[in-house]
Design a protein around this ligand. Structure first.
Ligand SMILES: [Mg+2]
Length: 470
């Protein structure tokens, strides 16, 4: 839609309010709302100012004026605000210079798309993310000088089979790692997922399939049809927003935390990706598994830079509790067409148009704009430098003898390791000024000061279990 069409669309739908949404550095949507009469055609070019000083990782208070510039192409009716409301995603510019704000993740993702074109390698990059999540009935957590605990509950939790429940315990709770994907009554959340899927479709986001996922206690996945990088990052934001808010309507709570439950699968965000030029899929070819040489170099780039990329695609302390052997999470940085234990899988494609690769490390805690941009830049670096990815790993990596396993590079074992890798390896992110040095340094600083260092100071319940009787 053009700005004029957006205003017409609002009028036709009796819209009373307009809600502007933007993403902060860490990946959380922020919003501000106005009466619809404040929205004019000029607003789409001139924007409006706000104080960005208390947005995480953004400006200092003395230089905090920022400008929101709405993107008319993102106009939809907001599905959750009671009064009829138009929703627009905005880009952030510096209020003084009117230049794109360097720390706005959506501007970074847009620069990644432009850089791909500048390189001449391709003109569009497609992403198909698959965020997984849990729908719980209750979560409690608390931390302080003399306490630290969390307690999750779910009617579906396998741990509740022995409980007395109101009206009798009716059983039918998916066993650990057995949630993929028996019919109801074991799957008790199909109506909730259906409402999530249909809400996404109303927003113009096409859903391919939705189902219960492997873990007990309500793990789920909906998959969206792939699209261009920035569009799919926008759609991923809507996806998370819809999942959380529909769950809330049902009296449930949804989380994209990568590993909320000990001893069962965590939630990943596998990312399918390909590069196209003049309507031709550059990843289809006559090399391994129907891939092109370009695709193999792209894999080479992803594998080489994976430890650094993971500081962005797997950005939390909790991310690395998922990236452990035995829970379908890829810890070995290899590629394969056959098995899902490799970090990069080449799915069987019905036609050359559908040829793509799937990077399986990322998790849905990631800021999708930064995550997709980082993966694309790693892939571009691989293509530019003709980085060979080595031989494919067509055996089940989990079953390999130790001597063979030793030679396969590994994903970082912790956020600290990933941040150390990013400190050493980020020149590929700075190309085309996509991520600036300021953004990389701010990211590392934020993660160290607000997550890593505080986590070192806190004893855990596990430590009490192990050490109290010392
Ligand atoms: Mg899945």
């Amino acid at each position: 839609m053009s700005p004029a069409e957006v205003l017409e669309f609002a009028k036709k739908n009796g819209v009373k309010l307009v809600d502007f949404k933007f993403v902060d550095l860490l990946g959380q949507w922020q919003h501000t709302t106005m009466p619809i009469h404040k929205l004019k055609v000029e607003t789409f070019s001139e924007g409006f100012n706000f104080d960005g000083s208390s947005i995480r990782g953004w400006k200092a208070i003395n230089e905090s004026d920022m400008t929101c510039i709405p993107d008319a192409a993102t106009a939809v009716l907001d599905p959750f605000i009671k009064e009829p409301t138009l929703s627009l995603i905005v880009d952030i510019a510096d209020a003084v210079t009117h230049q794109p704000y360097v720390r706005d993740p959506r501007q970074i993702a847009k620069k990644a798309e432009q850089y791909l074109k500048q390189t001449g390698i391709g003109d569009i990059s497609y992403f198909g993310p698959e965020p997984e999540f849990f729908i719980f009935d209750s979560v409690r957590f608390c931390e302080g000088p003399n306490t630290s605990f969390y307690k999750i509950d779910s009617k579906e939790g396998r741990w509740n089979t022995g409980n007395e429940e109101e009206g009798g315990n009716l059983g039918y709770k998916p066993d650990y790692k057995r949630g993929y994907f028996p019919v109801p009554p074991i799957d008790s959340q199909v109506d909730i997922r259906a409402e999530m899927a249909l809400t996404l479709e109303k927003l113009g986001i096409t859903v391919e399939v939705f189902h219960h996922e492997v873990a007990t206690a309500g793990q789920a996945e909906l998959s969206m049809v792939f699209g261009p990088l920035v569009t799919m990052a926008d759609h991923t934001m809507w996806y998370k927003h819809v999942v959380k808010n529909v769950a809330r309507k049902w009296g449930k709570t949804a989380t994209f935390m990568p590993k909320p439950i000990f001893g069962d699968n965590g939630s990943g965000m596998h990312c399918h990706q390909s590069i196209w030029k003049s309507d031709k899929n550059l990843f289809a070819g006559d090399k391994y598994a129907g891939l092109s040489e370009t695709a193999l170099y792209y894999i080479g780039g992803l594998i080489k830079h994976a430890p650094a990329i993971l500081a962005i695609t797997n950005p939390g302390l909790n991310s690395y509790r998922r990236l452990v052997p035995g829970f379908e999470a890829p810890v070995n940085l290899a590629y394969s067409s056959r098995n899902r234990s490799a970090a990069i899988r080449v799915p069987v494609a019905s036609s050359p148009m559908a040829k793509r690769l799937e990077f399986r490390c990322p998790d849905p805690m990631a800021n999708p704009y930064l995550a997709f941009a980082a993966m694309l830049l790693a892939g571009i670096d691989g293509v530019q430098n003709k980085l060979k990815p080595g031989d494919p790993m067509d055996k089940d990596i989990y079953e390999l003898p130790p001597e063979e396993l030793r030679d396969i590079p590994k994903a970082p074992g912790s956020l600290e390791e990933a941040l150390e890798a990013l400190k050493k390896d980020h020149a590929f992110l700075l190309k085309g000024d996509v991520f600036t040095k300021e953004v990389v340094e701010t990211w590392i600083w934020w993660k160290e000061e607000n997550e890593l260092k505080p986590s070192r100071l806190r004893p855990t319940a596990f430590e009490f279990a192990q050490y109290f009787d010392s």
